[in-house]
Design a protein around this ligand. Sequence first.
Ligand code: GLV
Ligand code: MN
Ligand code: MN
Length: 433
Amino acid sequence: MRNRLEVPPDRIAAAARRVMGRCDELARVTAAPGRIERVYLSPEHARVNRLAAEWMREVGMSARQDAAGNELGRLDPPAGSDAPALLLGSHLDTVPDAGRYDGIVGVLMAIEVVRMLRSVDDHGVSTSPLPFALEVIAFADEEGTRFGTALLGSSAAAGTWDDDWWSLTDADGVSLRHAFLEFGLDPGRVGEAARHPEQLIGYLEAHIEQGPELHRRGEALAVVSSIASARRFQVVVEGEARHAGGTPYAMRHDALLGASEAALAVERVCRAEHQIIGTVGQLQAYPGAVNIVPGEARFSVDLRGEFDGYRDHVWDTLGRELDAIMGRRGLRWHAREIHNAPAVLCAPLMRDVVRAGIAATDAPGRRDPATIFSRAGHDAMALGAVTDVGMLFLRNPDGISHHPDEAVSAADVAAGIQALAESVLHLAAEPRP
Ligand code: GLV
Ligand code: MN
Ligand code: MN
């Protein structure tokens, strides 16, 4: 078995160019002309799965869609198909008006890693030369754009699917159950997507950083230490809709003003707590007419932090703030939690192999790579329930993400492919029970 990647730099550079070209190609698969938007169980989801399957087969993998709509490629060792697998992957779904690299670049890099590591025999048959199978997994819903709950695809793969999710609805009122059926999936079989610990060696994910740390340090790659603890809520504020002209201020119970004060409280409380970052990304007023005092308002709250306890403490503090704000304005409020993910630690061995993988490249900063705690959520969080996870971050110029200007350079992608392949080889060299 090889323990160093024997691939010339021009082949690695060509792989990175292919990844960049394919990110552009996938960006054209969108529900919103002129913008990138690709959500779970949509026609665009089906199209990118077909493309991913084609690209997985091109490097000798078998490809199939699992029971939750994730696309899976697999390359077995010569010994057979019951070997445990190392999963490499990320997601192909997007936020609204997205960039073209968040998730996507990790899936395409994983395919290139398989291309570099595979053995091809005289008959053109590819196998994994490692003591385990290699799988590439393209998760179908990391962002939660359509149904509000994130990590649906990876939760199905981790066996942590929650049957309460079936009644989630999208903006058109289509339930998750109905969307499954429309996509050609059987809700009764979602459990078949679940992976079991004994089938798995671990999960490695490459992803753009989605923050400015590597850009500031002038370095290309980082080891991820852990992934943020997150909670998300939909908050409803109830007031009274009345005539905008005829209602004096003393008689108003304006739900939008209560929600606006609440949004400012989210910023104030999170800034004071330092460790927690909070965002109100959605805010709607109802009935939504220019001449009516808003009778109801709805907004989202997204909280992230390194530790679950701080995050929960901030939500408790916010609850008291909202009671006070709404009390002063004669409003009522309630909240529904739509996402609750504990912080996930990357496994020490996975951190070590990612660090060794980075050290084997020529990337700037490779000798003492940054170790970054990820405030962004990733599929690795869900997979952490079933296997050891590790992550490699790629520099994201200016740290802009969830935006069309999101970027990564071909040179950093080349370094990332090399680092990921070297990480896999280091993992393969580890003694196994
Ligand atoms: C996913 O990108 C998230 O962190 O919200
Ligand atoms: Mn994202
Ligand atoms: Mn992502």
